[in-house]
Design a protein around this ligand. Structure first.
Ligand SMILES: [Zn+2]
Length: 440
């Protein structure tokens, strides 16, 4: 399976801020096995956050294959490392503190963890991919010593400005060892929404082990593959997201550096996530009852063998056919459909389905940075949300379906003219926002 058509393992600089890494042949990044089985082939699309300015519309746009595969040996579900995270993260535009619900989530986590682990004045907390200090500011507030490790220069500077000590670096074994030498081992290491975003899973995991004290704790939040497969959330597949975990594969990954998962919490974030609690093997002890329950659920869904992945591609196809059928039928009837939201996941869906402005004339977003820009690949204009009330469309297609309750309430006003909401995932649903709001 040679996907580097240009040949040669050397790195080739391309446009669009991304680097195509030379890939001689695909093999599992966790166990090295070459037996990778197709789970879903979504065609090719640009990186999902590369929104276009008007001036870029006449320029070519680089696309990358988006083909999800499963290792038949260790069952890690993965994408080839076509994007270099160095490029993606150096000037990262996402500031966690812009999201109120995320801030609340981080604050609650710190309070619970300090109690659960009995952290006190002498404790040391490290967060990897600490963003703008959205989580560690709570640790600083409690008077505990902490350090953030954040690869993005501008985001890390925002954290330092907010009083959160932050090192600008990618975590690997060397960085982990250097931090341990300088600051001592950490009683708690936090790694939220990063374990899927690093192609060097082995080096990153060794880095985590270097950071954590021999009797310390590691907390990792990551999207749960079980929910993605069960609810056909295939739009959460994008190039920046290199692997997708079950508790079982996360256990395998962490074990490569002598870390054992001892507990798992299920979280509603990102449509379905897990919080893994891990410790160095020597102090780990027995896994919790709720961890055994989640493993049993995964096993029952067939995710610890090949069978659980076999019908995913067919279900992905059904989502696409139903959505396209709806858009074509409404267009033929002369009804109007517009989009709500321009999240990264929306771009996977729009590109995979081939939805362009002929079927979706625009989408609205609350983020002013995106106004006047266009969705990558499909080039759908992004405008301010007020446009919906002016145009009174028949249907609003909701792209961030994970915020369903919140958005159904926010968009309840479209019922004034009989407008309806359309949710594409897990399967096409057309609902009156009135009824939705009452249910919420
Ligand atoms: Zn493998």
């Amino acid at each position: 399976m040679n996907i580097n058509q240009a040949g040669g393992p050397e790195e080739t600089k391309r446009g669009g801020g991304a680097i195509m890494l030379g890939v001689e042949r695909l093999s599992c990044r966790l166990c090295g096995d070459a037996d990778l089985v197709s789970v879903a082939d979504l065609g090719a699309s640009p990186p999902c956050e590369s929104f276009l300015a008007a001036a870029e519309l006449d320029a070519p746009e680089l696309t990358y294959p988006l083909h999800l595969r499963l290792c038949a040996n260790c069952f890690l579900v993965q994408l080839p490392p076509l994007l270099d995270p160095d490029e993606t993260f150096t000037e990262y535009a996402y500031f966690s503190s812009f999201s109120n619900s995320w801030l609340k989530h981080a604050g609650a986590f710190v309070t619970t963890s300090v109690d659960r682990l009995g952290l006190g004045d002498s404790s040391f907390v490290v967060e990897v991919a600490s963003n703008d200090g959205y989580l560690l500011r709570n640790v600083v507030g409690r008077g505990l010593r902490c350090l953030g490790i954040e690869p993005s220069v501008n985001v890390g500077q925002a954290a330092r400005d907010a009083g959160v000590p932050t090192l600008t670096a990618f975590l690997d074994a060397e960085t982990g060892a250097a931090v341990r030498r300088e600051h001592g081992p950490a009683d708690l290491v936090v790694a939220n929404n990063v374990y899927a975003h690093i192609p060097d899973i082995l080096g990153f995991t060794r880095g985590l082990r270097e950071l954590v004290a021999d009797d310390g704790w590691l907390s990792i939040e990551v999207q749960h593959l079980l929910t993605m497969i069960e609810l056909t959330q295939y739009d959460t597949i994008y190039h920046e997201h290199f692997q997708y975990y079950t508790v079982e594969t996360a256990q395998r990954a962490l074990k490569t550096a002598g870390l054992a998962v001892v507990d798992v919490e299920k979280l509603p974030t990102h449509g379905g996530s897990i919080r893994l609690w891990a410790r160095p093997e020597a102090v780990a002890g027995e896994p919790s009852e709720r961890m055994r329950a989640v493993l049993a659920e995964e096993k029952a869904a067939g995710l610890h063998e090949l069978s659980g992945y076999e019908d995913f591609a067919a279900r992905v196809d059904r989502v696409r056919l139903d959505l396209l059928d709806f858009l074509v039928q409404t267009k033929c009837r002369g009804e109007r459909v517009v989009g709500y939201g321009a999240p990264g996941k929306g771009n996977t869906l729009l590109n995979h389905c081939g939805i362009r402005p002929d079927l979706l004339p625009y989408t609205v977003d609350r983020n002013p940075y995106k106004h006047g820009r266009y969705t990558p690949g499909t080039r759908i204009p992004i405008v301010a949300p007020e446009r919906i009330a002016e145009d009174r469309p028949d249907y609003v297609l909701v792209l961030p379906w994970n915020l369903r309750t919140e958005l159904s309430a926010q968009l309840a006003y479209i019922a004034d003219w009989g407008g309806r909401l359309v949710f594409p995932i897990p399967r096409l649903e057309i609902v009156s926002p009135d009824r939705e709001a009452r249910q919420a």
